[in-house]
Ligand binder design. Structure first.
Ligand SMILES: [Fe+2]
Length: 293
């Protein structure tokens, strides 16, 4: 089995291609679509790079997995679905809870479906999946969002935003449905119960203190040294820390654009009568109202 990573510098996101070197069966995890909120333009640089790898290695793309509905980048999943129609797009079955919340937050059209139908497969907690010869187990790791999965393939686990590198810690838990205590249990009881030698591939790397980008570690190293949540950290300590840290974090730059596309399975907004596509943004006029009375 081989893993190749792709790092999106703009959003510090890691995308992975995992494949069986014998059969060439492959899966793709958390693909990124470049997007500028200033110009409204997308770019497909990462898509092109991943497609080059797939072609060069002769891979058969079987699945596209989302570890969760990302709030910091737009998923490129539907671009891959166009290029590789046989690939199955999967996300946690709990995505429906995220869809329901953000349908209200974004005041989406009444017709917006919150049954998860925009994805090909809604994956159950603990479900075992096959991608040709690759065997994958979907481990429930909620906390960052209620619909976070980690994907365990061979002696590798792809943790999305549950765990980052040891010197950065864990994902924030303050989005709607996020829960620091849930993340504590996901890490301690699900991820830290994997063998110490299991390779951990993280969903983001923010390069703390200017260090080089790193995306791979092990469960043993995380248990010993994760700066926010090691094996020795108590639940109370972690929850107090995480809630305190989250209170000071700013809203992700691409939150509304990302969430609105990603809870729709990566489908772009439908064009209007003029053929143009638009995203919705909340406009908070509380300060105006306080002046105007
Ligand atoms: Fe995330």
């Amino acid at each position: 089995m081989k893993v190749e990573h792709f790092y999106d510098q703009e959003t510090n996101t890691l995308t992975y291609v995992v494949w069986d070197t014998q059969t060439r069966d492959a899966v793709l995890i958390d693909p990124v679509l470049g997007y500028s909120p200033i110009t409204g333009k997308i770019d497909i640089n990462q898509f092109d790079a991943v497609c080059s790898l797939i072609a060069e290695k002769g891979l058969q793309l079987r699945w596209i997995f989302e570890t969760h509905a990302h709030a910091d980048h737009i998923s490129a999943s539907q671009l891959y679905k166009q290029r590789f129609p046989q690939a199955i797009l999967g996300i946690s079955e709990h995505i429906v809870a995220v869809q329901q919340v953000f349908k209200i937050v974004l005041s989406l059209d009444a017709a917006f479906d919150t049954s998860g139908s925009q994805f090909d497969v809604l994956i159950k907690d603990g479900e075992c999946l096959s991608a040709g010869t690759l065997q994958i187990q979907a481990l429930p790791t909620p906390g960052h969002t209620p619909a976070c999965l980690s994907f365990h393939i061979g002696d590798h686990v792809f943790t999305g935003d549950a765990l980052f590198m040891e010197d950065y810690g864990t994902g924030r838990c303050d989005f709607p449905g996020g829960n620091a205590a849930a993340l504590y249990h996901s890490v301690h009881e699900v991820l830290y119960s994997l063998p110490d030698e299991t390779h951990v591939w993280v969903g983001h790397d923010y390069q703390p203190n200017g260090r080089e980008m790193l995306c791979q570690t092990t469960i043993g190293a995380q248990k010993k040294a994760n700066i926010q949540l090691s094996e020795a950290t108590t639940e109370d300590t972690f929850v107090a820390f995480r809630q305190g840290r989250d209170a000071g974090l700013s809203t992700p730059r691409l939150l509304y654009a990302s969430i609105q596309v990603n809870i729709a399975g990566g489908h772009l907004p439908e064009p209007d009568d003029s053929g143009k596509r638009y995203l919705k943004m909340p406009f908070n006029a509380d300060a105006w109202v306080s002046v105007a009375g």
